[in-house]
Design a protein around this ligand. Structure first.
Ligand code: 13P
Length: 248
């Protein structure tokens, strides 16, 4: 498999600046792996100290969110130029928590994907179904539509560098992981969707992560699947276990 594995932590709303620096120090020697891209997506206030703390290591810095304008009257928001100057390379877009708790829709998510690319940030675009859709059996159609909406007017060259995270909502923070076969089924379908929308070379290049209760115990089996190129890890990214996932 030519695609480079990418293991990203999504710290969510955890760690004060001093706690963030302490976690970087705790994980420093555990997350060394030259064959893997390692990313910490951290709360906005932690970005500057984390970027400083990981300087000279193999760890890349990511943000969890941003807004599509460069500057102006957008109280509480943070812009792509701000992230870039602070050393951010990746940004999570369309996480189910942003969609469900903060009401982000696919029009905004698509605008964020385009803005991230235009700003030199690599999106980690999240998609995934609720338990109701999983039970109804319509989850694949739903996820396909999310991908089509969220990548409207995004070019093939951009998609070649994109990271997509498949995160079934029912598996996030619940301890209930999708089985490796369930995760592979959807990641394969996402790659086929990219092939339909673009071409085979783009589908072959795009990196697809699984996220949802991934941990040191189940990572190796999930990551062994053909269409799973990495993980987006919540809870276990805040612990030494994250090093085991990086080296799974
Ligand atoms: P957990 O690993 O805590 O289930 O979270 C997954 C997630 O939402 C990563 O973005």
């Amino acid at each position: 498999m030519a695609r480079r594995r990418i293991i990203a932590g999504n710290w969510k709303m955890n760690k004060t600046p001093s706690e963030a620096v302490a976690l970087c120090a705790e994980l420093k020697d555990l997350v060394v792996n030259d064959a893997v891209d390692v990313v910490y997506c951290v709360p906005a206030i932690d970005i500057v100290p984390v970027a400083e703390a990981v300087k000279g290591t193999n760890v890349h810095v990511g943000a969890e969110n941003f807004y599509i304008e460069d500057k102006g009257a957008f109280t509480g928001e943070i812009s792509a130029p701000m992230l870039k100057e602070a050393g951010v390379e990746y940004v999570i877009i369309g996480h189910s928590e942003r969609r469900d708790i903060f009401g982000e829709n696919d029009i905004l998510i698509n605008a964020k994907v385009k803005k991230a690319f235009a700003s030199g940030l690599t999106p980690i675009l999240c998609c995934g179904e609720s338990l109701a859709l999983r039970k109804a059996g319509t989850y694949k159609e739903w996820i396909k539509r999310q991908i089509e909406w969220d990548l409207t007017d995004v070019t093939a060259d951009q998609v070649k560098t994109l990271v997509i995270a498949y995160e079934p909502i029912w598996a996030i923070g619940t301890g209930e992981t999708a089985t490796a076969d369930q995760a592979q089924e959807v990641c394969k379908m996402i790659r086929e969707t990219i092939a339909e929308m673009y071409d085979a070379a783009t589908a072959e290049a795009v990196r697809i992560q699984y996220g949802g209760s991934m941990n040191a115990g189940n990572a190796a089996e999930l990551l062994a699947k053909e269409d799973i190129d990495g993980g987006l890890i919540g809870g276990a990214s805040l612990k030494p276990d994250f090093g085991k996932i990086v080296n799974a």
